[in-house]
Design a protein around this ligand. Structure first.
Ligand code: OSB
Ligand code: MG
Length: 370
């Protein structure tokens, strides 16, 4: 299909509640909406870079630059056949996975709209609803954390992830575990520990957690292997797995027992599927991570999580957990069994609420062939 033009929209959206992790606290989330125009159709993709380089080195600023100055010139006015063809075209760009993933998502949306098929069908997803959980940020105290978790459990979430950091690990986690002895519970450190400080995590090994996510350095797999050897609890890698190769390294090194798949971090849905397939062939469970996506990225995550290897609940919560007003007309809600329905309309299956989009827009550019 011929890609006629590309529009980048830099968004800043207020969160329903502030979100705090080991790398910072945000009250608003930024991202870039990528719109590809082809044959009268619009395909949407979400680049999940945020304003600050806390989760990874990419930001809305770096992604804007890479998208505008390097990716757009390689595809605009060109015939791009599919996601693999897109990946080949941008192969000369090093890194910047979040930027490339935003465009790949828009390509999938176009492919689905052209074929009259949902993204779930295109990716080979099998489920029409997927198990989900909620990711709860650091709170002011263990008591406030238990209060926040209680609210989400009352809404129907059966799996909860809490954020931890040095000094905010054992007390927080054991308080939630004491309040909810049977809850599916996991923790995420976002690379806040070193092998030296990881002794603080040892008490968590007896709290019957589903997993401990990304305790160590984001660019490290080897030390995670050392840590996993000392823990009964599964280590799960997020930040460290930025290509399917890294997933292979982690599997071969026994650096983790679970992998969190985020298409953004991996450079696109196709790469997420590749990691899924690899893990499935090794019997390694995966789950779909989240980046506080708008309805666009949420639709994409739901479709991906419908693949058979996603055997653990994803960080894909209901729209109301994130945004009072989203940029999609469709909102996602939690079913009584802690699942969310996978969209079934062609492509991502969502439509844009242009007045909401306008309200959140910081900047916009359209790029067409010169
Ligand atoms: O590490 O999983 C993470 C949000 C932003 C950046 C990194 C992470 C997260 C989350 C939120 O945990 C998951 C969600 O979208 O609900
Ligand atoms: Mg994480």
């Amino acid at each position: 299909m011929k890609l006629d033009s590309l529009t980048l929209t830099h968004l800043r959206m207020p969160l329903v509640t502030a979100f705090e992790t080991s790398f910072g606290r945000i009250t608003h989330r930024e991202c870039i909406l990528v719109t590809l125009h082809s044959d009268g159709l619009s395909g949407y993709g979400e680049c999940v870079a945020d304003r600050d380089p806390g989760y990874c080195y990419e930001t809305t600023g770096t992604a804007w630059h890479i998208l505008k100055d390097f990716i757009a010139p390689l595809i605009i006015g060109q015939e791009v056949v599919d996601a693999d063809d897109f990946q080949r075209r941008v192969d000369g760009i090093r890194g910047h996975q979040l930027a490339r993933a935003g465009v790949e998502m828009a390509i999938w949306d176009l492919l689905g709209k052209r074929a009259g098929k949902s993204l779930r069908e295109l990716l080979g997803g099998e489920r029409t609803k997927v198990d989900v959980g909620v990711s709860v940020g650091l709170q002011a105290s263990p008591e406030k954390l238990v209060h926040a978790v209680t609210g989400y459990v009352a809404q129907g979430y059966r799996r909860v992830k809490i954020k931890i950091k040095p000094g905010r690990d054992e007390a927080d986690t054991s308080s939630v575990r004491a309040a909810f002895p049977n809850l599916l519970l996991q923790v995420d450190a976002n690379s806040a520990y070193t092998l030296k400080t990881s002794a603080a995590l040892k008490p968590l090994d007896d709290l019957n957690l589903l997993l401990i996510e990304q305790p160590l350095y984001e660019d490290d797999i080897w030390d995670h292997r050392k840590l996993q050897a000392e823990f009964k609890t599964a280590i799960c890698l997020d930040e460290s797995i930025v290509t399917p190769r890294h997933a292979r390294y982690a599997i071969e090194m026994d650096a983790c027992r679970i992998i969190n798949i985020k298409p953004g971090r991996l450079g696109g849905l196709s790469q997420g599927v590749a990691v899924h397939d690899l893990c499935k062939s090794h019997g390694m469970p995966v789950w779909c991570g989240g980046m506080l996506e708008t309805g666009v990225g949420r639709a994409s995550n739901l479709a991906l999580a419908s693949l058979p290897g996603f055997t653990l609940p994803g960080d894909i919560s209901a729209s109301e957990r994130y945004y009072l007003r989203d940029i999609t007309r469709e909102r996602f809600s939690l079913n009584a069994d802690s699942t969310i329905d996978v969209p079934s309309a062609p492509g991502l299956g969502v439509t844009i609420d242009s007045s909401a989009l306008r309200a959140y827009t910081l900047a916009e550019i359209s790029l067409a062939p010169k």
